[in-house]
Design a protein around this ligand. Structure first.
Ligand code: NAP
Ligand code: MG
Length: 403
């Protein structure tokens, strides 16, 4: 077979640890033999981020804005232990945080359902898509460690010098303070992308915050969603036979356990971070979930929702066999190739991406899977494959489908 040609480069962001190992395996086995890959490569591995004072992360995000589509490997977010381990010049911010701050937008995460991997929540019959706001809140906070007694205030100084001021707390002893922000413009584009995505899937949209407690911050989110729904989406939702439903975050968490799925659930940045991990593992595995960041300017960043699988990497380094699930990373590649194909009017590329996805689900449904899935599979016979052997088994199915 002749290799599939590409017209526009894909922005490729390499990463860390086990997912970096998987990245290369996927490229070598499942992409490069079939696609004449045009990519603009950025090495977001921690060592190279340190060498460039993290400039490479911003460069990669800006390339994503320029070309429209990127695929990103999981990366280490440095903490004090990592600073020591990699002898870093400083404790850099989360690369995902940096990229999301540049792209803005919403992260959509959907579980990958396959026969034989049943959700823990027995009434979940259809996927639940989480729409996570990707800007602000705790990810762009300012924090102070309060050394002792004193007054903490929050102050906004307008360009003309006028001030708005509130007391946070009169400290009698040491403590902590955190300041967070968000932007109406970002919340508006978050709302629009959620309504648009729900319409595209023809699924109800739920949104939840804690506006009873956070009477200004969270209420702003609630009101912006309401306004955009009323002004732009009421009729379209009616026509599509779907509904917009707002409730408190704790009520939504309780209700989600009772619903049958088939909804889009919009969440603020932190809620989406936490609940997407809960949801993906309840649907099967952290590695059985797609994740795409959609920016209001129309840029797409495809990634895996899990981390760099550090424990498996240390086993790999010792020469021990690993059985790390590569599905989410493969789907990051297929999502990006499919989007590139659609944008460039290159159906051959989109078709290849869909065949690769089908080869992955067929492989698992035939009983061949990694260890995280054999533990929970309901199929009568399963084989636990190593990291590389799973990818090779996918390749066998892919080759069969391309004949
Ligand atoms: P993790 O990579 O998500 O892995 C946590 C555990 O989940 C693993 O030890 C493994 O459990 C299981 N797991 C996750 N992905 C798996 C896969 N593909 N196949 C099989 N099992 C999988 O989290 P971590 O090890 O705590 O974090 C490592 C690094 O990832 C951190 O430095 C963090 O900053 C970074 N991180 C990056 C991203 C991102 O870039 N998107 C997201 C989250 C975290 P068992 O050990 O029980 O097999
Ligand atoms: Mg998370």
């Amino acid at each position: 077979m002749e290799k599939i040609q590409m017209t526009t480069p894909l922005v490729e962001m390499d990463g860390d640890e086990m997912t970096r190992v998987i990245w290369k395996m996927i490229k070598d086995e499942l992409i490069l033999p079939y696609v004449d890959l045009k990519s603009e490569y950025y090495d977001l591995g921690l060592k190279h981020r340190d060498e460039t004072d993290d400039q490479v992360t911003a460069d990669a995000a800006n390339a994503n804005l320029k070309y429209g589509v990127s695929v990103k490997c999981a990366t280490i977010t440095p903490n004090p232990a990592r600073v020591e381990e990699y002898k870093l010049k400083e404790m850099y911010k989360s690369p995902n945080g940096t990229i999301r701050a540049i792209l803005d937008g919403t992260v959509f995460r959907t579980p990958i359902l396959v026969r034989g991997i049943d959700p823990c929540v027995k009434n979940w019959k259809k996927p639940i898509t989480i729409a996570r706001h990707a800007y602000g809140d705790v990810y762009r906070n300012a924090e102070i460690r309060v050394p002792g007694a004193g007054k903490a205030e929050i102050v906004f100084t307008a360009e003309d010098g006028t001030k708005i001021q509130e007391t946070i707390f009169d400290f009698k002893g040491p403590g902590i303070i955190q300041g967070i922000h968000n932007l109406d413009s970002s919340i508006e584009s978050f709302a629009r992308s959620c309504f648009t995505y729900a319409l595209a899937l023809k699924e109800d949209l739920w949104f939840a915050t804690k506006d009873t407690i956070s009477k200004t911050y969270d209420r702003d989110f609630k009101e912006i969603f309401e306004k955009i729904y009323e002004e732009e989406f009421t009729d379209k939702f009616k026509e599509a036979g779907i509904t917009y439903f707002y409730t408190l975050i704790d009520d939504a968490v309780a209700r989600i356990m009772k619903c049958e799925g088939g909804i889009v659930w919009a969440l603020k940045n932190y809620d989406g971070d936490v609940l997407s991990d809960m949801l993906s593992s309840a649907f099967g595995s952290l590695a059985m979930m797609t994740s795409v960041l959609v920016s209001p300017s129309g840029a797409f960043e495809f990634e895996a929702a899990h981390g760099t699988v550090q424990k498996h990497y240390y086993k790999y380094l010792k020469g021990e066999q690993t059985s790390t699930n590569s599905v989410a990373t493969i789907f990051a590649w297929t999502g990006a190739l499919k989007k590139r194909g659609d944008l460039d009017g290159n159906p051959e590329l989109s078709d290849f991406a869909m065949k690769l996805e089908k080869a992955v689900t067929d492989t698992i449904e035939s009983g061949q899977m990694t260890g995280d899935l054999t533990l929970i599979s309901t199929l009568p016979r399963t084989v636990k494959l190593s990291t590389l052997d799973f990818i090779k088994a996918v390749r066998v199915n892919l080759d069969a489908s391309l004949k």
